[in-house]
Design a protein around this ligand. Sequence first.
Ligand SMILES: Cc1ncc(COP(=O)(O)O)c(C=O)c1O
Length: 411
Amino acid sequence: MHAKHSAPAAPGASQYHEVMVPNYAPADFVPLKGAGARVWTAEGDELVDFGGGIAVNSLGHCHPALIEALSEQAHKLWHVSNIVTNAPALHLARTLCERTFAERVFFCNSGAEANEAALKLARRRASIKHGTGKRTILSFRNSFHGRTLFTVSVGGQPKYTEHFGPLPEGIEHLPYNDIAALDKAVTDETCAIIAEPIQGEGGVIPGNVDFLKALRAACDRVDATLIFDEVQSGVGRTGALYGYMRAGVVPDVLTTAKGLGGGFPIGAMLTKREWAEYLPAGTHGTTFGGNPLGCAVAQRVIELVSAPDFLHGVETRGQAMRQELARIGDAYGVFREVRGMGLLLGGVVSDAWAGRAGDIVKAGHAEGVWCLVAGPEVVRFAPPLNVTEQEMGDGLARLERAVQRLVSAGS
Ligand SMILES: Cc1ncc(COP(=O)(O)O)c(C=O)c1O
């Protein structure tokens, strides 16, 4: 068993239900501090973090360069609102434009908000350019785009919209990776297609390159907006700065959040000049969007992550992790497949373990490794992109022990 550390007195997870709205079901430990891919809990445990705050902590916990960027900015300027612009926001927008297809950037605070902006932009463009008949948004089953009413309705998991109606209209859901279904659904009324290049929450399912190309072709055919939701797949996660670069398919709008701030909340919508012109002054906004603290941290994240050597390292570490997960999966019969890209990986449970991804994650906690689920059939791994060999080795050894225990307990 991993070593205990002596933790200061802190509230335990059991207090959650005394003071919090019960919309989450938190694990029974409370992280107190972190460094790299390790966290230490209020219960006195040390964990290897293979979840990365759900693909957020792109450079691990408390990366010195991010602490420096945040502290430097904290001594200069925290918030000014969008009544004015600010230097870190301009710098970051320019960097994002230089390193991606984008020509214009809108900043916000989360993935849902970035998608909300993208969907509103697509609707507004179609309405102004083509009239109000062009408003259908095509999305994909099992996709996840956030929890605002619009984004959760566009997302392809009906359980998340139950009892929240009436829902926004003009949204259709298609099977993912199905070109024939796509071609049948696209009409002149199609306003936008929104897709994750890899479905994250839906089970770590990579989009086929031919499918992603078909999305581009369909949008070109009917002048619809192609939105890539790279909230989870972006910022180096796949081994490219953004997943679209691996597929060679360029969207009109791309949304990014999660890993962009390495743990500091920030989101962004990247787009082309022509699209940006459909959101003139006064049509959309958010108080904290482009906050100097968030932009200063994200600037450092993008500079570090977009270095070719760093991205190559993500690919190499991803391959090593994938191989070892496949070995553990085979040796104990828990995974029938390990899929994904770069350091966004999913172990798909075998028939014998159907519906039990959560049990594997729980057993991992007990052995000192913190993994995620992506639905009941997939154990998801999204460690820091700079996870060290030692951290990865320790985490995988703990996972193997956890799986071994579960299997030998026969439960
Ligand atoms: C692909 C994708 N889009 C959007 C979101 C929503 O992001 P946020 O929770 O920051 O609103 C998520 C979150 O998991 C996501 O994975």
